[in-house]
Design a protein around this ligand. Structure first.
Ligand SMILES: Nc1ncnc2c1ncn2[C@@H]1O[C@H](COP(=O)(O)OP(=O)(O)OP(=O)(O)O)[C@@H](O)[C@H]1O
Ligand SMILES: [Mg+2]
Length: 283
């Protein structure tokens, strides 16, 4: 895949550096000077109340909204991501809160949406896409077989499989998950958890937006809390309690006597970053 080489990333260097990022909608400062880093093999939970600016910050990284001000560095290089295609070219894949699936198309078409595989005769290579899609879907859910019906007829968990499959198949090195478990049952939530751990081991960096405290504490290495567009603080998850996190989310109050962690402690993430290709079902 095009992004294979993007995974060979030094674990001691941030994959993503967002510096003093700003975005206003009319008079609303949705994101107001936020800086946050993400390292290979690391999960950073992005937390905050409704309207805190989490999705807006991630949409700028994903190329869905232009940045008003601030800098984005990917693997140490300053980039200007203006479209989702430019984000994808950097190895950034996004699973949106709304999943952003084309409801009338089937799962195979959704996996390859905008990145269709063509034959030498410039027709859609349906056979190739179906074989590849089946492989990647079944890795996530062995029982997922009705891949040729419109996705609007699938269950929430199956739709989630389709959305996550895009990130897997196209070899994301940076994954943004915006409330990936919000509409899922316990079994499907556990599946997402296992997948996050697998991607971490492969050196993928993950921004995880969630309101779910158990997910925060079981999946994230660090957490960054936003309130009213501003960053309250960034901490190692192991250094803070649930009450302290809730205090930051609700009152914008930083925990006393706790050191912030704007950078990962790389030894703790254990990322090798060199074996990313094992996740993908490439031909
Ligand atoms: N496209 C838009 N046009 C106008 N205002 C917007 C737009 N997107 C977001 N906003 C505003 O920006 C602020 C931040 O919204 P955002 O969706 O980023 O919050 P969030 O932290 O993701 O919240 P939630 O937990 O509800 O998803 C809110 O005040 C919201 O109303
Ligand atoms: Mg949101």
């Amino acid at each position: 895949m095009a992004t294979d080489n993007l995974r060979n990333t030094d674990a001691s260097r941030p994959l993503v550096e967002l510096k003093d990022i700003r975005k206003s909608f009319g008079g609303v400062k949705a994101v107001d000077g936020v800086s946050v880093n993400l390292y290979p093999g690391e999960v950073v939970a992005l937390l905050g109340h409704n309207g805190a600016g989490k999705s807006t910050l991630m949409k700028m990284l994903a190329g869905a909204y232009p940045i008003d001000a601030g800098d984005t560095l990917i693997a140490g290089e300053k980039v200007n991501i203006r479209t989702p295609a430019e984000a994808q070219a950097q190895g950034i894949e996004t699973i949106y809160q709304t999943l952003a699936l084309a409801d009338n198309l089937d799962s195979v078409a959704n996996l390859f949406l905008g990145r269709e595989k063509m034959t030498a005769w410039n027709t859609l290579d349906d056979h190739f896409m179906e074989v590849q899609a089946r492989k990647v879907f079944q890795r996530l859910n062995k029982n997922f077989s009705n891949i040729r019906i419109p996705v609007r007829r699938l269950s929430g968990g199956q739709r989630q499989v389709v959305a996550i499959s895009r990130a897997l198949y196209f070899n994301a090195r940076i994954l943004i998950m915006d409330e990936p478990c919000a509409a899922l049952g316990p079994e499907e939530t556990a599946m997402v958890g296992r997948l996050v751990k697998q991607l971490k081991d492969d050196g993928v960096g993950i921004f995880l937006i969630t309101h779910d405290m158990p997910d925060v504490f079981s999946l994230s290495d660090r957490l960054a809390v936003m309130k009213n567009g501003k960053l309250v603080g960034t901490y190692r998850t192991a250094d803070v309690t649930e009450d302290e996190v809730l205090g930051m989310i609700i009152a914008g109050k930083r925990p006393e006597g706790k050191a912030q962690a704007p950078h990962a402690i790389t030894a703790a993430t254990g990322a090798t970053g060199a074996t990313g290709a094992t996740v993908t079902a490439t031909a």
